[in-house]
Design a protein around this ligand. Structure first.
Ligand code: CU
Length: 124
């Protein structure tokens, strides 16, 4: 449970950095939080499973040496991601998936997905 304070801190960063934040009161709870470590060129974990209709927070901790992002492609019609995160930085994205299915996660920096920076978001 070490990651809870981390995630709460990151929500402040996310509010500043992303248009996808949905105005959470900062009290925590009410959703699922995941921390994904990004390295050159891998996500850990690569695969994440969430419930449809439930608010999810994903934080990308960039442990690599170049900028990375964590992006779900075509989730309910749009790409949803953290935006680029510089090395040793982290950024969060909040989203609520509405349709069950399997979605592709990628780092959209050119070449990174091909190098292995991809995964799967399963929505149940
Ligand atoms: Cu990358």
């Amino acid at each position: 449970m070490k990651q809870l304070p981390l995630v709460l801190g990151l929500i402040a960063v996310a509010l500043f950095a992303t248009v996808l934040s949905v105005g959470c009161g900062g009290g925590g709870g009410g959703g699922n939080s995941f921390t994904v470590k990004g390295t050159d060129y891998k996500f850990d974990p690569a695969d994440i499973t969430v419930q449809s209709g439930q608010k999810v927070t994903v934080t990308l901790q960039n442990n690599g040496s170049v900028a990375h992002n964590w992006t779900v492609l075509d989730l309910d019609g749009k790409d949803v991601g953290t935006g680029d995160v510089e090395p040793r930085q982290k950024k969060s994205v909040e989203f609520t998936a509405t349709k069950a299915g399997t979605y592709t996660i990628e780092c959209t920096v050119p070449g990174h997905a091909d190098a292995g920076m991809k995964g799967t978001l399963t929505v149940r």
